[in-house]
Design a protein. Structure first.
Length: 623
C-alpha cells in the first residue's frame, strides 16, 4: 500500500522532523512530527529547456525539461521550423512523438503560462541515429621513468554549466592506460581533465602533473556552481606541477615526489578551485587533511593513505558546499569547504581520530564512494560515508559499526515508511552481507547472512510486482523486497540503473547495455554501438543521469577509439510528468559525486516507481 498523502506532505516544501524507530515487527512506535515552517529554497542551475529530438524508424521523440522554476500547471506547444505540430497543448508530460518526421527536423518548444504562450526554447539537440557524438581529443601519450609506454582513454565525466549559457557542459577525466589501483605499485601517466561543450568545443585542459598518481581512488573532481554566479566551478586535489587551463603551474614545476614504486608519499598536497569557463586556478590551499605519517592510515607503502572521496552538499540548506575526504579503512577525515567571493573558507572538519569522535565507532566505516542526502529531514544535507553518517554541522550522526563496503544506495526505497532508507553491502565476511537501514538513525531494518566479501549491491524499483524498491547483491541468491522478503530471480546485473522506457520502473545499466528486469529473464532495450565502458570490471559509463530532455536518464559512453563521447537518450514516449531531476538537489549532487572512486548511480530524494505518488515539486531558486 502506497501512502501518497504522507509522501507528498514530506517532500512538498514542509520542513519535517521525522523520527522513525523500529525493526520490522518490533512493536516500536513511529513518530512523525510536522512543522509549519516553509522549506528553505535551494540554489540550482538556471537551465535552458534542454530539448532533444531522438529519431526512430517511426519519427522523432521530442522531450524537454519541466524546470523547478516553472509553474505547476505549465503546458507546452512543440514547433518544427516555426510550425506547431501538436493539435492541443501538451499537459500531462514533457514529451511529444512527431510521427513520420525526418531525423534532421528542427524543433523548439514554447511554454504556456497562464494561457499565454511564451517565446521559443533553444533548438533541440538532434540524436539522428539514436545517439549524439561529442568530439573529444586525447592527450598525447608518454613513457614512464621505467620505460613503460602509455596512451589515454576517456574515463569518468561530470556536468555543469561552465559558461553560464543555460546548457550543461561536460568535464571529462582522461586516464593513462597504466592507471593503477592504490594497492598496485608502479608509475602512471598524468591524469588530465577537460572542459567540453556539447558541440565538442574544448574550453580548457588541466594536467594534474606527475605528482598526482592516476587511479580510481586518487582524483575525485567536483563540478558545481558553488558561489552562485551562474557558472560552475571545478574542484580537485592538485600538487606541484599541476598545470591549469591557462598553462599556469601550481607550486614547483620541477619537483618530482614519486618514489621508486611510483607512489607519491611526500611533498605538498593542495586543493584547487578552477574557473569552469577558463580552467584558471582561482585559489589553491593545503589539502585537508595532510597525509602526515603514512603508516597511520593503515599501511606503510601508500595504499590506504591515498583513498580520497569527494562530494557536494547543501550543508546550510540553501547553498552548496564542497566535501573533500581522506581515508575509510581506518582513520577518516572529511573537510567541508565553502567557495564564496573567490576564496575558500573551511566550514568544518570531521576527524575520527579527534577527541570528540575517537572510540565511538566512526573509524573504518567508509565506502569506496559516498552519498549526500537530507537524511534527518531538517532541510540540510548529511554525508552518508558508508556504515556511518556525518551531520550537516560536521558531527557524527550515527554509525552501525558494520564496516567498509563497495556500494551504497540512499533514497526513498520504501515509500510506505517515513523518511529515507539506505542499502549497503559489506566487505567483511564476519558482517551481514547486506543491510537496509533507516537513513536518519542507522537502525537496521533487515539484513542478509554474513560469510563473504559482498562486492556489489543495488537498490531500486526494478520490478512492478513488489511495492517500493527492490534490493539485490552479489553474494545473495535472490531479489529482495523493500522489507527484505525473497522475490525470486535476481537481475542479470548488479551495477548501474537507468529510467529508460516509458514507465516509472527503473532499468538495469551494465557495461554498454540497458536491460529491463523480468521474473523469468531480462529484456535487452539498448546495446551501445561502438562504445566502451570504464573502470575495468566495474564496467561503468562515463556518466549516467537526467542530463537532457525529460526526467528519463541519458547515458554517456566513450567511443571505442576515444574520439567522441557518445550520448544516448531514450526513444520511448512516456505519459509521466516529473520535474527535471537536475532540480532535485539530492539527485543533482549525486551526479556530482558519481565519479568518486567506485561510481554509483544517482537516486532522487523521493520515490519514483510503480504506484508512485504524484512527484513533488522542488523548492528552488536560480542565480
Amino acid at each position: 500500500m502506497k501512502h501518497p498523502h504522507r509522501h507528498r506532505r514530506r517532500r512538498l516544501g514542509l520542513a519535517s522532523a521525522v523520527a522513525a524507530a523500529g525493526l520490522v515487527g518490533a512493536g516500536l512506535t513511529t513518530l512523525t512530527v510536522d512543522t509549519a515552517s516553509a522549506a528553505t529554497a535551494r540554489q540550482v542551475e538556471k537551465l535552458d529547456r534542454g530539448v532533444v529530438s531522438v529519431h526512430t524508424a517511426g519519427g522523432n521523440l521530442i522531450s524537454w525539461r519541466w524546470l523547478g522554476t516553472d509553474p505547476n500547471d505549465v503546458s507546452f506547444n512543440v514547433y518544427r521550423a516555426g510550425t506547431k505540430v501538436n493539435s492541443t497543448p501538451v499537459t500531462g508530460s514533457t514529451n511529444y512523438f512527431h510521427s513520420g518526421a525526418p531525423a534532421e527536423a528542427d524543433y523548439t518548444v514554447r511554454a504556456i503560462v497562464n494561457g499565454v504562450e511564451q517565446g521559443d526554447s533553444v533548438h533541440a539537440v538532434q540524436f539522428r541515429t539514436g545517439y549524439k557524438d561529442v568530439p573529444i581529443s586525447a592527450p598525447a601519450g608518454g613513457t614512464t621513468p621505467d620505460g613503460v609506454a602509455y596512451t589515454y582513454e576517456a574515463n569518468d565525466a561530470s556536468v555543469g554549466d561552465l559558461d553560464g549559457d543555460g546548457a550543461l557542459d561536460i568535464v571529462l577525466k582522461w586516464y593513462p592506460t597504466n592507471a593503477k589501483d592504490n594497492s598496485q605499485s608502479g608509475y602512471t601517466g598524468n591524469t588530465v581533465i577537460d572542459g567540453i561543450k556539447l558541440d565538442g568545443t574544448r574550453l580548457w585542459r588541466v594536467d594534474l602533473g606527475r605528482n598526482i598518481r592516476s587511479g580510481a581512488h586518487y582524483t575525485q573532481f567536483q563540478v558545481y556552481d558553488y558561489d552562485g554566479d551562474g557558472k560552475a566551478e571545478v574542484a580537485m586535489k592538485t600538487a606541484d606541477g599541476t598545470r591549469d587551463g591557462t598553462g599556469a603551474v601550481i607550486g614547483s614545476s620541477s619537483a618530482d615526489h614519486r618514489n621508486s614504486s611510483g607512489y607519491v608519499l611526500s611533498g605538498p598536497e593542495y586543493l584547487t578551485m578552477f574557473n569552469g569557463q577558463t580552467g584558471k586556478a582561482m585559489q589553491t590551499v593545503d589539502y585537508v587533511p595532510a597525509r602526515g605519517t603514512v603508516s597511520s592510515w593503515g599501511d606503510s607503502y601508500g595504499n590506504r593513505v591515498d583513498r580520497f572521496l569527494a562530494g557536494t552538499a547543501y550543508l546550510d540548506g540553501s547553498r552548496p558546499s564542497l566535501i573533500m575526504a581522506r581515508g575509510y579503512y581506518t582513520r577518516t577525515v572529511i573537510a567541508a569547504w565553502d567557495w564564496r567571493n573567490g576564496s575558500f573558507t573551511r566550514r568544518w572538519t570531521f576527524d575520527t581520530s579527534s577527541s570528540t569522535n575517537s572510540g565511538k565507532g566512526y573509524d573504518g566505516q567508509g565506502n569506496h564512494s559516498l552519498s549526500v542526502a537530507d537524511v534527518d529531514a531538517d532541510g540540510k544535507d548529511e554525508i552518508v560515508y558508508g556504515a556511518m553518517t556525518v551531520d550537516d554541522n560536521g558531527s557524527g550522526l550515527w554509525t552501525t559499526k558494520l564496516g567498509h563496503g563497495d556500494a551504497g544506495h540512499v533514497g526513498d526505497l520504501n515509500p510506505s515508511r517515513a523518511g529515507l532508507e539506505y542499502f549497503k553491502v559489506s566487505e567483511d565476511s564476519s558482517k551481514p552481507g547486506s543491510w537496509m537501514a533507516d537513513a536518519r538513525t542507522g537502525q537496521i531494518l533487515w539484513q542478509t547472512a554474513s560469510g563473504s566479501d559482498n562486492g556489489r549491491g543495488v537498490a531500486a524499483d526494478v520490478y512492478a510486482g513488489s511495492a517500493g524498491a527492490e534490493a539485490w547483491s552479489a553474494s545473495d541468491t535472490t531479489l529482495r523486497s523493500a522489507t527484505g522478503a525473497s522475490l525470486g530471480r535476481e537481475p542479470s546485473s548488479i551495477n548501474f540503473l537507468s529510467w529508460w522506457d516509458g514507465d516509472t520502473v527503473r532499468e538495469l545499466l551494465d557495461g554498454t547495455r540497458i536491460d529491463k528486469y523480468g521474473t523469468s529473464g531480462d529484456t535487452r532495450l539498448l546495446t551501445g554501438s561502438g562504445v566502451h565502458s570504464n573502470n575495468g570490471t566495474k564496467a561503468t559509463p562515463s556518466l549516467s543521469g537526467d542530463l537532457l530532455g525529460d526526467w528519463r536518464e541519458e547515458v554517456i559512453w566513450p567511443t571505442s577509439n576515444n574520439t567522441a563521447l557518445r550520448i544516448y537518450s531514450t526513444p520511448n514516449q512516456t505519459s509521466t510528468k516529473i520535474t527535471t531531476l537536475l532540480h532535485d538537489t539530492q539527485y543533482r549532487t549525486a551526479l556530482a559525486w558519481q565519479n568518486t572512486a567506485y561510481n554509483q548511480p544517482p537516486h532522487p530524494s523521493f520515490f519514483i516507481g510503480n504506484g508512485m505518488a504524484t512527484a513533488p515539486r522542488p523548492t528552488v531558486y536560480t542565480p
